[in-house]
Design a protein around this ligand. Structure first.
Ligand code: ADP
Length: 198
């Protein structure tokens, strides 16, 4: 005789929360597929924009979440990073928002089911894999998906763009024009600050 397993209260709660979250996402025209694309975006590059465009083909809405409590000591202030992203993104299905605290909490608050991350090379993999699994532990409802940019952007990072700009190089092929301008301004001001008094 088959014995039916009794559901534990935590299993019941988990099913309930899944059903509740799915119900919250039902919009007048069906289920809204919403994803979060989190990052520092210090500053936004053409590689980030490529990932955003790809994500837009898979989701109804993409929320680009700018990490505020960043331990990376960003060059640009949160407001500057948000403004540069908003200027660069024209797709009306994309929203740019600041994000403080845990990504899984932000995703649950925004009723998103997926987190999008960009994968450029094997070197990205270890960290991204660890973070995706940790986020899954924290909230099994949220799936992380990885998108590869166009080949020409696979060597591009905000860090390398900042290094080139700092040394006076031309970054116009790697970032939107307002970002190239902002970088030039930032480093001129910084260099001016440290210039020796003669
Ligand atoms: P973080 O500090 O979270 O790594 P970044 O702004 O550096 O923030 O990157 C955000 C996300 O975008 C990460 O998933 C990163 O791998 C991805 N990313 C960054 N640059 C590129 C690029 N050139 N092509 C594709 N993905 C990228």
């Amino acid at each position: 005789m088959k014995v039916q397993k009794k559901s534990s209260s935590s299993e019941i709660l988990s099913v309930f929360s899944r059903v509740e979250r799915q119900a919250q996402c039902v919009e007048p025209f069906g289920v809204m597929r919403r994803a979060i694309y989190p990052g520092s975006f210090d500053p936004v590059t053409n590689g980030h924009l490529d990932v955003i465009e790809r994500a837009c083909t898979l989701f109804d809405q993409v929320i680009v979440a700018v990490a505020i409590n960043d331990q990376k000591q960003p060059l640009f202030a949160p407001d500057e990073r948000l403004a540069m992203l908003r200027r660069a993104i024209t797709n009306s299905n994309v929203r740019v928002a600041p994000m403080e605290g845990l990504l899984v909490e932000f995703a649950a608050f925004e009723k998103a089911h997926a987190v999008v991350r960009g994968l450029r090379a094997i070197s990205d993999f270890e960290f991204e894999f660890q973070m995706a699994l940790m986020n899954r532990k924290l909230d099994p409802e949220i799936e992380t998906i990885f998108l590869m940019p166009k080949e020409e952007y696979t060597y591009l990072s905000s860090r390398i763009v900042k290094e080139i700009a700092k040394l006076g190089g031309d970054v116009s092929a790697f970032v939107p024009p307002p970002v190239a301008k902002a970088l030039a301004k930032k480093f001129r001001i910084k260099l001016g600050e440290v210039a020796p008094i003669t």
